[in-house]
Design a binder for this molecule. Sequence first.
Ligand SMILES: [Zn+2]
Length: 488
Amino acid sequence: MLRYDPIMQLEFFGAAGEVTGSCHIVRVGGRQLLLDCGMIQGGADATARNRRAFPFEPAAVGAVVLSHAHLDHCGRLPLLVARGFRGPIYTNPACADLLPILLRDAADLAAREAERANRDLARGEERVEPLFAPEDVDAVVRQLRVIDYDTAFEPLPGVTVRVREAGHILGSSSIEMWLSEAAAEGAPSAATTRKLVFSGDLGQYDTPILQDPFAFAAADLVLMESTYGDRRHRGREDTARELGAILAQAARDGGNVIVPAFAIGRSQELLYLLARHYGEWHLARWKIFLDSPMAIAASRVYWKHPGRFDAEATRLRAGFRGMPPLPNLVLSESADESRAINQVRGGAIIIAGSGMANGGRVLHHLKHNLERPECHVVIVGFQAPGTLGRQLVDRLPEVHIHGRRLQVAAQVHTLGGLSAHGDQEQLLRWYDNFTHRPPVWLVHGERAAAESLAAKLRERGARATVSQPGLQIDPAGLPALAHDSPHP
Ligand SMILES: [Zn+2]
């Protein structure tokens, strides 16, 4: 029997028609590779969907190439490993450093969720097992293979990959991939090579700290994210000015400033913004607390990778001889250090998780400051319905924290413009770098956002398709547009 399977195929599995659960299957010469293996997040059935069987045999997957460490891109790796995947997981050095922090936190959360479910178990009901265990995370970490940015490597015969900057969070990458049928065993001599570019998650062009997304010139097909494919963000400079004005007002009022922030990305950006405007905003009069062990761990990973910084961050770091350039930053790691902040009545900027104030240390700070009119709360990220953060954004006059009712007297501000994703204009700018208008499959977006971006791409003469789970395409059947090689 001929072992060679001539099919070159791309199949969409997760983040097709929705934002989370990023996972795409690449088949070439009878071998399979996954681009990401993300967790489905949000929605009542998310946990159940995450537990479902993969539409492929995990043991038959040859390798995974991971774009970045956000859970919706890497969160099902522990399950993949637990279910039999033994191959290498390739990613860049910064992502490899962030990944264990995120996955260990997710394992803790899964354990707590299972414990809660088991507490309310009716008689005869089966016990709930956590989605994955810490040992599964250890196995993922053992299977990691670190590859440098901008360096070609061969994860499988017939597949050459190079990862490029995506400017979304530290260690985020876009992936370019040359698929070649001829390299597979028993293949006909006429080589068919097609180049696929997977955007991963794309950041805004002027994202603090990080370099801009890499400008690709050539591809035969493009997989592109579309999270904000129908949106325009507020400018970053306007957003920074707004934050400066809030801090000036807060200084006059004499209270504290509480900022619920995600541990990875947003917390580091905020510290960086404060550092950049340190003199201009007279920040020496404040004490700045980063009150989150996870954010502190993630920050250390950020500071460890200055090679990924943009020119401005590189300059700031050099001027201060370290990161972050904030002399009055206090990292509160222990619970005691965190509790001590509760005694501070004014002059503190407190950045703490969780980002949507639905748990974590920020709840204690809100409890101590929400009822005081001289205090300010600054919301810097998306707040899902049902979270305390959302209630604050919606200006509810009273909220509950740890069973206590609180009148909201503090001033609440919502800062737009700090999104980690490019908006419609920036996504189009990224696509416009391609010289031959390669066909695009849109992933990682709600249907309306993806459709809106597809319409804009079609106006540019591109063939744009909104992907669906289970949709299969044959790259070899597409015209060859890219004639670049991974080995210049
Ligand atoms: Zn992401």
